[in-house]
Design a protein around this ligand. Structure first.
Ligand SMILES: [Zn+2]
Length: 241
């Protein structure tokens, strides 16, 4: 799940009444993507999401700090569930990208190397949004088509990863497709061997919390330095042949 930073959007107000007025600013801040499942959607398909439900926390009904943006499925599944903050990770508070991996067909899974406490918090996030619901899951509903869109994004990202590796498309094409299809995390996962593409994805999706990915820029710099240092050595070795 893409970690986000709403504070990057500097024109925001602190309260919005009615709360629906916050939607354009939320989309400017975070892009037209569900903050939870990451699907892309038109404004009409996305709702202002109250992190703490407005019926149980009426004083937070109009607070920017209590808003994310969510698709109909994520919004209705989360419903009035209480958020157990100490025992869950959330995209505006934590690095919600690192504990998850996306398997074939876009199946979301917690990485095996994640420590038990962090794994439990990540699982609570999956449960809160029902992100693992697909045919066969006890709570799956036919109205929930998130798994299908995730599967399509996974297939598309894999196909274009292979094209990119074979130099049949450029980074711009990948970013354009990712923005169109949504599911930033799936694209990041598919291109985990291409630092340049991952950095472009981080920079191109509005509101991505870059502070969780500073290691990627360092990695890119180190790769460049290594290449720069090795280049003359390779040249000398070539001449010696
Ligand atoms: Zn969603």
């Amino acid at each position: 799940m893409r970690p986000v930073d709403k504070n990057l959007f500097t024109l925001n107000k602190t309260t919005y009444k009615p709360y629906g007025d916050a939607k354009p600013d939320l989309i400017s801040a975070l892009g037209n993507f569900c903050s939870y499942c990451e699907r892309e959607g038109y404004s009409s398909a996305l709702d202002v999401e109250h992190i703490e439900d407005k019926s149980t926390h009426p004083l937070k009904t109009y607070d920017w700090d209590n808003f994310l943006i969510a698709c109909k499925n994520c919004n209705s599944i989360k419903g009035t569930e209480l958020v157990d903050f100490p025992n869950i990770i959330l995209p505006y508070l934590s690095n919600t990208f690192s504990p998850f991996e996306y398997l074939e067909s876009g199946l979301i899974k917690i990485k095996s190397k994640v420590d038990p406490v962090s794994a439990s918090k990540a699982q609570n996030l999956i449960n809160l949004i029902g992100l693992d619901r697909r045919p066969g899951h006890s709570k799956f509903s036919i109205k929930d088509d998130r798994w299908q869109e995730r599967k399509q994004a996974w297939e598309l990202s894999k196909r274009y990863h292979d094209k990119f590796i074979n130099k049949k498309c450029d980074i711009e094409t990948i970013v354009d497709l990712a923005l169109k299809s949504g599911f930033w995390s799936i694209w990041m996962n598919a291109f985990n061997d291409c630092t340049n593409v991952q950095i472009a994805l981080i920079n191109s999706f509005a509101g991505t919390n870059k502070s969780h990915f500073t290691n990627l820029s360092k990695q890119k710099k180190n790769n460049f330095t290594l290449k720069f240092l090795l280049y003359p050595i390779c040249k000398i070795l070539k001449r010696m042949k």
